[in-house]
Design a binder for this molecule. Structure first.
Ligand code: PMP
Length: 397
């Protein structure tokens, strides 16, 4: 039976990582993988996480099944973090959340849930979007189409085109929006643009699905949730997929949340019963450890403050790296304008160079990035920025 299979293409980012690891160049630079790294290139465990884990180790008394919903405390704290405690949807008891295996798990649950709401629903994603979005939704049998988003030439948002495309989306369909720190472009909606998209969502009546994988990595925990909060306050139905991988540094624990908002509490309950059925049909129940860590942190004033402080350090390092690279490129005499990198948000930006230049950077300078020239900003540091800027300058001159 297996002999009928043909091989899938290898994951380009993981292939890049293997090549990087094998490279013996003393100044090699990894701008491929999208994980946070500190100045020394390490992805640390947050101190607040260590403390929460110690607490759980001392107090946890059972490993019995947790149920398809996951931890109720985690679910409540996550929805409060996303929507703000005084959000009208929360106050009206219209919000229902399940814990999921990472943000990816949340998206897959959302996909199967959408399929049950409307088997013919089209999912509209930004062009470009996170590489996994399309495959993930198509795997659930959903047709995926794109709306214009990033202009590679001008390094700006194609906002007029985006609005025009969304003005034609049917009320039976779903539109995926990135809450903040757009992956891969780093190009976010301004608050004024969010207001316009939210008004359009209400007018058209399609369902918004917001993917929030980087809350706190852009401008701050509350600032980054602007669109999520405002959208939740005015629409009848909404889906939110959150991830704790980046902002809590819990990548391998696989913890996230899928939240739905119903038009009233009883309809929310019905939708929730479908959501739980979907969960049971995929993985039955979520892992508990990551949720236990997050709820311990968010449920303690002291640990939450420590988390916010540690998150600020990560955010400021990323934003600092953006400015540092732009300045270094200027110092190296680069004429081309790279200021957009300092203005964009989150873990990624497109450098905006050709695939040949990307290949040259890898071959001659051991600087690694994916073919699209998407760079992972956390891979930059004071130790490598000089070499990196010089290599880029040589390749584009
Ligand atoms: N959505 C986006 C936009 C992402 O960038 C990522 C992670 N790279 C995810 C979802 C999934 O995150 P997780 O690792 O929690 O599955």
């Amino acid at each position: 039976m297996f002999n009928k299979l043909t091989a899938m293409p290898a994951d380009p980012i993981l292939g890049l990582l293997t090549k990087y690891r094998e490279d013996t160049h003393s100044q090699k630079v990894d701008l491929g993988v999208g994980v946070y790294k500190d100045e020394s290139g390490h992805t640390p465990i947050l101190d607040c996480v260590k403390k929460a884990e110690k607490f759980r180790l001392d107090t946890e008394s059972t490993k019995v099944y947790i149920g398809p919903t996951g931890s109720p405390d985690f679910n409540r704290l996550m929805s409060e973090l996303a929507f703000g405690i005084d959000n009208p949807a929360l106050l009206a008891n219209r919000v229902r959340t399940v814990s999921t295996p990472g943000g990816t798990g949340a998206l897959r649950v959302a996909a199967d849930f959408i399929k049950r709401c409307n088997p013919n629903a089209v999912l509209w994603v930004s062009d470009p979007t996170w590489a996994n979005h399309t495959g993930l939704f198509e795997a659930a049998g959903i047709t995926v189409k794109t709306y214009p988003y990033y202009d590679y030439d001008t390094k700006t948002l194609k906002f007029a085109e985006m609005k025009a495309a969304l003005s034609n989306v049917s009320s039976d369909d779903v539109v995926l929006l990135h809450a903040c720190c757009h992956n891969p472009s780093g190009m976010d909606l301004t608050t004024a643009q969010w207001d316009e998209i939210i008004a359009l969502t209400v007018e058209q009546g399609f369902t918004p699905l917001i993917d929030m994988a980087y809350q706190g990595f852009g401008d701050g925990v509350d600032e980054d949730a602007y669109g999520v909060r405002k959208m939740a306050a005015v629409v009848n139905n909404m889906i939110l997929c959150s991830s704790c991988s980046k902002n809590f540094g819990l990548y391998r624990e696989r913890i996230g949340a899928c939240t739905i908002i119903g038009s009233d509490p009883s309809r929310a309950d019905i939708a929730f019963s479908v959501l739980l059925y979907v969960v049971r049909c995929i993985y039955s129940m979520p892992p508990a450890h990551g949720a236990a860590i997050v709820e311990t942190i968010l449920g303690s004033e002291e640990l939450k403050q420590q988390w916010l402080d540690e998150l600020t350090v990560m955010r400021e390092r990323i934003n600092g790296n953006r400015a540092m690279l732009v300045n270094k490129l200027k110092q190296k005499g680069v004429q081309r304008n790279f200021d957009f990198i300092a203005q964009q948000k989150g873990m990624f930006s497109f450098l905006g160079i050709t695939p040949d230049q990307v290949a040259e950077l890898q071959e001659h300078y051991s600087v690694y990035m994916v073919d699209s020239s998407r760079i992972s900003i956390a891979g930059i540091g004071t130790g490598n920025v000089d070499y990196l800027a010089e290599s880029i300058a040589k390749v584009i001159s």
